[in-house]
Structures are given as C-alpha cells and as structure tokens.
Design a protein around this ligand. Structure first.
Ligand SMILES: *Cc1c(COP(=O)(O)O)cnc(C)c1O
Length: 430
C-alpha cells in the first residue's frame, strides 16, 4: 500500500482537487521546521501542565460533582491551584460561573477599580465587548456609571507603544492598566510576552503602585511563558478558547496576585463570600482534562494558522502574521480584498466542520457592528473559538479572522476545503 496515494485519494473523496492537495503538500514541506518548533513549544507547555497536576496531587476525587452552595468543593479549589501553578500566579479563580472571557474581564475590572480610579488602556481601543464595560457607548451598568474614568493611548503607526504619551496619560487617578495580548479582531499584531513585559516595566517605572491586568484571550500556550512571568499582576481569559482545550463547556479564569483575585471573587459572588462558594456542577473533569489537552490543541491551531498563512499568501492574499513571522496568539487574519473571497473561504471552513457541515454561512447583521458579519463555525461547544472557526465583517478590506482547530488534521482539512472553494468560486485561478 502506498500511504501517500491512499491519503490523496481520501482527500479527493472529501472534495479536494489534486491541485489544492499539492498546494498543501508544498506548504507542509516548506513549514516543516516551523511545525517542529510548534511541537517543541507544545512539549514545553505540556510539561508545565503535567508538573502542575503532579505537584497539586490531582486525583479522581477532584472530578466529583458538587451542587448548591458548593462549600468545601476541594476539586474546584484544586483546579484553581493548578491554574495558579501553570500560569505562575499566587491564586486563581476558575469557574463555570464566569460565563465568558468578557465576563471574566468585567469581573476583574469591577473587582479592582473603585470610584475615582482611572483605567488606562495603553494599546489602543480594547476588544469590542469592553466598550460597554468601560462605558464608551453609554451602556447601563458600566464602570463610568460607578465613577471610574477611562483613558486610552493609541499605538503608534508602526503598532509600537507610544511611551511618551503613556507617561503623559498616567496621573494620580490611574489605578489599573489593561493590556490586550491578542490582536482580537483588530488590524494590529498580537504582542509578545516580552513586549508586554517591557510595557509593564515602563508603566510601573512611571508609577510603581500601578496594577497591570492582561487580557490573555487566545494567547495561552502560544509561547513558553505567560504574562505573569514578566510582571503583570493578573491575567484573564476564556475557557472556550485555548486553556479549555475544547473540552471545557463554559468558563473563564482570573489568575495572579492573590489580593486582586480575591477582590475579583467578591465581585463574582458577593463580598464576604468570595471564592468559598460556587458549585462546580460536574464540569471539573472537563476543565482539568481540557487544560491537560490544551498545549497540544493550541499547537494544532497554530499549525493550521501558519499553514493557512503560507497557502493564502502564495495565492496572493495579504496575511497577518506572515507564515514565518513570530506568533503570539492563535488568530490568523487574511485580507481577501473583496466580498467573494471572504464568503467562499468561510463556506469552505463550514463545510469541513464536524458539526453543521451542511449549513451555508451567510452575512448578517450583528449587534455592535456597523456592517454585516459572516461567520463559520461547526462546533461541539457553542461559540468555542478554539474550535476551527472563521469570521469577518463584510467591509473592506474583507478580512477573515481565522482561528482554532481541535486537531491539526481537522485544521488542515478545513483550510484545504476553504482553498478549494476559492478555486471553485473563481476567486483564484490555477
Ligand atoms: C474573545 C476575546 C474576549 C472576550 O471573550 P468572550 O468569551 O467572547 O466574551 C476578550 N478579549 C479578547 C482579546 C478576545 O479575543
């Protein structure tokens, strides 16, 4: 049996032409060193996670479901110890009751800011859902309504930090600095952990008592260290992204300085209750196992991202990051320049999904967006963007933000199917 032949035949049966298959083969060959590097990072992070499990004596009894108040929920407490170990924090809050990344960010901000304080974003406008938390759009219940003011310093034209303007923006009210690691869905690169460290050191040199929070969404396990290791005080993320490993059905985390984690817990539950309550509802095993799987899942997603970047750049599209550029999150942006490309690409990703492959994504209106948005996702966990997914606003430059993939093989198949759609729709020609 010629295994290469069998593989190609199977891709052909899946709808991938030999031209597209060949593009994939070339890409894999060219990226072999890059893939090796990604595998080594996964190994480093797997060891980090395993050590934390071992040190904290994770045991089958930690998977027991609790209900009601959840007093003495030792499995929940141990999961938080494991998160604190993995991410090098003093303490952690990891809960199903943190229902999304935005909720975790909101909880940390409301927990640690007081009336009269000012929040500073030194990396330009943060992730869209923070507009309402900060109060940029007049939303009810915002920090602004509680007398917390906001200041923002935009990035320079080359996406570097504007240190002078940041120094000028720090004043006697500035209490907390929010740094977003990932590009989110903005046209700017993600920051490396070292770049974040440089910025943390700078703001603390201007005002030593400043606290720094990092929005770590999409960044976990992409590098060999995390933001707490370069001086950030807390970091926050979503369990339906990287650290949930595709298994956590819900959840968010806040990890870092114990005083700040505790204040966040008082905000999540109630003053006086804090971390002491909150039943795990039976999700502990999936949260432990998801974290255990996460380094490998993130590696698969990363391979998918560079594979897509390589092929799409070769086909003439503008991609960011470029295939051999350093990566600091799992998001891959591709500018298609016209609606047809964005649409065909999303259709391809959807049609190779394990769930809802028969559905055809169509652009539609979304709250908070000034243009229609097209989204492809065929997920086991609703909305989980560690699973292969893709979306983009239907406006120039028609950018697809592409991320995830629970396995490298699925990421590869999804991308090849999407590239096939670009050919079939005549967006690219042989
Ligand atoms: C996804 C994301 C969030 C918000 O997370 P949700 O779970 O979607 O609420 C915040 N910041 C960044 C950078 C993100 O990528």
């Amino acid at each position: 049996m010629d295994i290469n032949r069998v593989l190609e035949d199977n891709y052909r049966n899946f709808g991938i032409s030999s031209d597209v298959y060949e593009l994939g083969r070339e890409a894999e060959k060219a990226l072999s060193e890059r893939f090796e590097e990604i595998d080594k990072l996964a190994e480093i992070n797997q060891l980090k996670v395993l050590s934390a499990f071992r040190e904290n004596r994770v045991s089958e009894t930690d998977f027991v479901k609790t209900t009601g108040y959840g007093y003495d929920d030792s499995g929940r407490d141990k999961l938080e110890c494991v998160y604190a170990s993995v991410f090098r924090g003093e303490d952690a809050l990891v809960r199903a009751q943190l229902i999304s990344g935005t909720h975790a960010i909101s909880t940390a901000l409301f927990g640690n800011l007081r009336p009269g304080d000012e929040l500073l974003c030194p990396c330009g406008k943060p992730y869209d859902t923070l507009d309402s938390i900060i109060g940029l759009n007049g939303a009810a219940g915002s920090l602004a309504e509680y007398g917390v003011t906001y200041r923002q310093v935009d990035l320079k034209d080359d996406f570097g930090f504007d240190y002078e303007a940041i120094r000028d923006a720090i004043n006697e009210k500035t209490a907390l600095v929010e740094i977003q690691r990932s590009r989110g869905y903005a046209q700017r690169p993600a920051f490396s952990v070292d770049e974040i460290g440089e910025l943390v050191r700078f703001v603390k040199s201007v005002k030593p008592e400043l606290r720094v929070m990092v929005d770590n969404c999409y960044g976990e396990f992409v590098e060999d260290k995390e933001p707490l290791e370069v001086g950030a005080d807390i970091m926050v993320g979503s369990l339906i992204k990287n650290p949930g490993g595709g298994l956590a059905p819900i959840g968010g985390y806040i990890v870092g300085n114990s005083d700040m984690v505790e204040k966040s817990a008082y905000r999540l539950t109630a003053p006086g209750l804090g971390k002491e309550i909150g039943a795990n509802l039976g999700v502990n095993k999936d949260m432990f196992q998801g974290l255990f799987m996460s380094p490998q899942v993130v590696a698969g997603a990363e391979k998918g991202a560079v594979f897509a970047a390589f092929i799409l750049e070769k086909l003439g599209f503008d991609v960011s990051p470029r295939p051999f550029e350093g990566r600091h999150d799992i998001i891959q942006a591709v500018n298609f320049g016209a609606p047809d490309g964005l649409r065909a690409f999303c259709e391809g990703i959807q049609s190779a999904a394990p769930v809802d492959a028969f559905v055809r994504p169509v652009p539609s209106d979304m709250p908070g967006y000034d243009s229609q948005v097209i989204m492809a996702a065929g997920n086991f966990i609703s909305g989980a963007s560690i699973e292969l997914s893709c979306d983009g606003p239907m406006r120039p430059p028609y950018t697809a933000f592409f991320q995830g993939g629970l396995t490298w093989y699925h990421a590869k198949t999804g991308i090849l199917t999407a590239v096939q759609k670009l050919f079939d729709a005549g967006v690219v020609c042989r």
